[in-house]
Design a protein around this ligand. Sequence first.
Ligand SMILES: C[S@@+](CC[C@H](N)C(=O)[O-])C[C@H]1O[C@@H](n2cnc3c(N)ncnc32)[C@H](O)[C@@H]1O
Length: 405
Amino acid sequence: MSNETEEISQVLSQACCTHTLIRGVFSAPRTTGSSVLRVVVKPVVIRDQWQLQFTSETPTQQIHKNLPPDDALAEMLRLVAMEFRNLHLSLPGNEYTVQHSRKGKCFLKKRNMVAPDASLTAVSGQDHNRTKKHIIPDGVTCPFLIRTGLMSESGRVHASQYRKFRQINRYLEFVQDILHALPTDRELTIVDFGCGKSYLTFATHYLLSEIYHREVRIFGLDRRRDVVEHCNRIATDLHLQGLQFDVGDIRDFPMAEQVETDRVDLVISLHACDTATDDALYRAMEWNSKVVMAVPCCQHELNQSLGRSALAPLTAYGATKERFASLATDTMRAMLMTAMGYQTQVLEFIETEHTPKNLLLRGVRDVSMKPSVIEAAWRQVRELRATLGVEPLALERQLELNNKS
Ligand SMILES: C[S@@+](CC[C@H](N)C(=O)[O-])C[C@H]1O[C@@H](n2cnc3c(N)ncnc32)[C@H](O)[C@@H]1O
């Protein structure tokens, strides 16, 4: 037995004996044409007994079996020795990747898990990106990434899709940070507005149901019928429970019958065009969603009305005007979120070399926020508007109307 094989046996043995396995994924079948493409292993508790659930994934179905720790260990050793060339293991504090070359050589990599705060440290450049630990790793087959076109069948993220891959992983880090603010005793309700091809919607489903084992109902809404139909097909084919997509405009919200809007936990949006971000923020706050997160896209609302104040020189050139308008809009959005009782942060979403649309607005509802903080936020928005010489944003008008009614 090689050192690597011995070490992985020990790791598996300890993970099973001490009930510490978080997740295992066996991929890259050794036999060409094998019907089982992947086996995912995760802990389950059945009649108070810790067991491991093995999910064998074929192109058309998922087959589950639950095994007690000793049998689970034997099965995992068999899978890694006989059936699959790759294994990715998550244990508290460590991640292990096992790869067997076609000539039978075994490579084992161990990585310390990145602490939540450290994971927020900016890392730039493609090389760093390739090696940075992502929540959904590159190199391990992930069915929704394959079906949405980000990953090859062998588990490698396509170079042309790396930016999107990084963006969704980064977004997941920000979701992970606020999980403590969401209820733990019931199913979570999440809405993704302007979901488009829904990489983020699928990824959020993966994070919560696969990694955190939470029951979820996740709704993706987009006005494009073609993308919605495509995403529903993927969700059905991959048997993704509690995930559905609908066609419609955020303003009309066609899913009102299915979503209990008084218990929405998280509203997300990523690059929803122009004022669609404001519509998403408005909906989230109207529903008192526990958390709201939006990475805005282009914006034109303020851009058109700037230029009539003492700050006009800042907007004299097209490029500075656009940036200035974006910054002013996002600042006002953040102030309005505070004014609606959300502890709000404006965070750098991703490095500017990846996308100029790199701010994330994140608000966590704070029912005990002091009225003085709320009043100050409303005042600041009005003062900023007066300084800029602009009319209220549509978001402000909607919120004012809502507050009065
Ligand atoms: C730039 S794409 C981003 C898609 C996705 N969130 C992502 O990051 O991959 C913006 C999406 O928002 C959708 N959209 C824009 N305005 C919308 C609205 N008012 N209601 C519903 N969907 C909208 C568009 O159809 C488009 O699919």
